[in-house]
Design a protein around this ligand. Structure first.
Ligand code: SF4
Length: 360
């Protein structure tokens, strides 16, 4: 079941991660990071760098992953994630992710993984890569471990990722059914992610090569956005167009004032303005929005030790929670001391869910 963040109690834990696969772009900032910043005001949040996840599709380039980690965290912090409010860490610094993934893998039916809609889709999209690996098939189990380790009640996702959260719920339910109430079933927090078009009009994505990188020089951004795809009907300056058929207008919608939007609609449909003139109004807003981000990011990049310190402190906090969860998981499985007693921890309710009965 998925629902909005408004349904979660204020004490709920929210968990999310991002793969370090290169420069972050405007789509990440508007679609994900601003939502995370809002969530950290309301919940206890764990945000992790999903470096092991990158290896499920790009196992040949572990060094490139490493190089992207600090740059990505610099963008997170520049966007407003606050290590005083959120636990910010790197997945591979908390080895319990691997242990829980291993144990959850034991109870996850193969059919659940083969039915995962993104499994087939990604194999088709990433055709040039060897994805015939155990790691790639099993990455939803690692994702489940990432969430369940922190008793995450909410996972902010876009609509296309809801099946992953559903799979995590099924895995948690199966574990609880087999061994006793231990793991919290998370819910997808559907965010109203704005539509952020790339320079060619498709969704902004590194794999399409159509992004506006957050660390790019303003002059380069201005030139690239000046060439952004528009309504094809406006082949000539004198041809009228329709903003509803213009990818650039999706950015106007996000950035411009109502008066500017009226001016665009009128000018476009009557050929009263040219596309470059029209886009410049929006580009000015984008550059103004990115300027403070660039400045904060540049400061952080000059001090890599500060980023490392954020990750180290976050890993220590995450590890404490993860170790507690693993003690409960091992006990539920009858391992690790207390769990070997009659009933063990499997019979004890989890503190996050007092009195909850195992589910069928
Ligand atoms: S005038 Fe503006 S809204 Fe119309 S097609 Fe050109 S860029 Fe798009």
């Amino acid at each position: 079941m998925s629902e909005g963040a408004g349904e979660l109690p204020a004490s709920a834990v929210v968990v999310s991660g991002m793969r370090p696969t290169g420069r972050l772009h405007l789509g990440h900032l508007l679609g994900t990071l601003r939502n995370w910043v809002a969530l950290q005001e309301r919940y206890r949040c764990f945000f992790f760098v999903a470096d092991w996840h990158v290896l499920t599709t790009d196992y040949e380039g572990p060094r490139e992953v490493e190089a992207s980690v600090r740059a990505m965290v610099a963008d997170w912090l520049a966007a407003g994630l606050d290590p005083e409010r959120s636990v910010i860490f790197r997945q591979s610094d908390v080895k319990e992710h691997a242990e829980l993934a291993l144990l959850l893998g034991m109870i996850t039916p193969l059919g659940w993984l083969e039915r995962n809609p993104t499994y087939k889709e990604q194999r088709e999209q990433l055709a040039g890569r060897d994805l015939s690996t155990f790691g790639f098939l099993g990455y939803p189990v690692l994702q489940a471990a990432d969430i369940l380790l922190y008793h995450g009640a909410g996972v902010p996702v876009g609509i296309d990722q809801v099946p992953h959260v559903e799979l995590t719920r099924e895995i948690a339910r199966r574990f609880n059914h087999l061994y006793g109430a231990t793991l919290v079933e998370p819910r997808a927090l559907l965010s109203e992610a704005p539509k952020v078009p790339g320079l060619d009009g498709r969704k902004m994505s590194k794999s399409y090569g159509n992004t506006v990188p957050l660390d790019e020089e303003p002059a380069v951004i201005e030139r690239a956005m000046g060439r952004m795809t528009t309504d094809p009907r406006r082949a000539r300056r004198t041809d009228p167009g329709d903003p509803e058929d213009c990818p650039a207008f999706d950015l106007h919608r996000l950035y411009c004032t109502p008066e500017e939007i009226d001016w665009v609609r009128r000018g476009c449909t009557t050929a009263g303005i040219g596309c470059l003139e029209c886009k410049q109004v929006m580009i000015r807003h984008v550059l103004a929005d990115l300027a403070p981000h660039r400045e904060r990011r540049a400061q952080l990049e000059r001090d890599p030790a500060a980023i490392d310190a954020v990750l180290a402190a976050g890993a220590a906090q995450a590890r404490r929670v993860a170790q507690e969860t693993m003690a409960q998981v091992r006990a539920a499985l009858g391992r690790g001391g207390a769990g070997r007693e009659e009933g063990g921890a499997a019979a004890r309710p989890h503190p996050a869910r007092p009195g909850r009965e195992p589910q069928a």
